[in-house]
Design a protein around this ligand. Sequence first.
Ligand SMILES: Cc1cc2nc3c(=O)[nH]c(=O)nc-3n(C[C@H](O)[C@H](O)[C@H](O)COP(=O)(O)OP(=O)(O)OC[C@H]3O[C@@H](n4cnc5c(N)ncnc54)[C@H](O)[C@@H]3O)c2cc1C
Length: 310
Amino acid sequence: MCCVFHASLTGSFESSKMRLRELFGSSRPVLSIEMFPPKTPAGDVAVKESLQRLLQYSPGFISCTYGAGGSTQERTLWWCEQILSELGCPAMAHFTCVGANREQLEDWLDRAVSAGVQNIMALRGDAPQGQDEFRAVTGGLSYANELVELIRNRHPDLGIGVAGYPEKHLEAATAEEDLQNLKRKVDSGADAVFTQLFFSNECFLRFRERYDAAGITVPLVPGIMPITDYARIQKITAMCGTAVPADLSERLQAAQDDPDQQFRIGVEFAVTQCQQLINEGVPGIHFYALNRSAACEEILSSLDLTAHGD
Ligand SMILES: Cc1cc2nc3c(=O)[nH]c(=O)nc-3n(C[C@H](O)[C@H](O)[C@H](O)COP(=O)(O)OP(=O)(O)OC[C@H]3O[C@@H](n4cnc5c(N)ncnc54)[C@H](O)[C@@H]3O)c2cc1C
């Protein structure tokens, strides 16, 4: 199989001003990589090296998460600056409503724009530890659609991504209600939807049918997390409500004492999953890379993106 993410490296420099609307206007699928700010300077160096290796696949942008409870505000901005200036890649800053009133949200947004950030992933966020459910602070926002509205009004040109849930958000009473809430975010001005991680393409494709039927027309980008460590993936999927297909789970269980074999199974599964999605014409793939490059490199070097849109 050929590798089609091998576009020119200089391309990523030229496109370093690109916003979501421009990125998804191109005919080839947009690769994006999600990272989170490490806790130590040594971690920063290691993550930068990992991202540098992934640049050969010409990601459309690299996104940096905003820590749970709003804990990495400064680090998220610092990392976006690094992505822009040191890696020469468009950046997306994740941003949540947690623990901040409107004024504070606007202040952070202004700083993100001054730092050159072109795209924001607008999220509500989860309840901080110790709180049983999400509650807006006084003068703050309750749902992501309000954040999208705030961003669109204050910085009309910013690219805005939002989260979508093929297996339904854990708090939503029904899948239909969740879809209508997703539509609110798009109607408020979001440019693209990035999904929660999932392992069942059937589930994603059913969700896409309902998404289309609801009249949502912005790009729907699947979120893929390569499995490299079964214990870790069990924790993550339990937290976000993603199902691991029984056959995959059994194979990983059988390899629980063999990290190399778990890695192999995870990469092989992700290659098949991504290739099927590309064949189904998805507009891009958002990789939850967990700050490591090895699995993504193997996956990306195996994919044939020319199948896109066939
Ligand atoms: C791609 C992606 C990136 C993420 N990045 C981060 C990150 O960097 N930092 C972080 O802390 N978390 C992150 N998360 C997790 C996210 O914060 C949680 O999933 C959170 O629980 C919901 O956020 P949301 O933006 O989807 O919320 P919302 O869209 O506000 O939805 C939350 C719940 O409320 C319901 N709802 C939405 N709008 C309304 C409304 N107007 N009225 C009534 N009900 C409504 C929805 O159906 C849903 O059940 C990410 C998730 C994804 C998929």
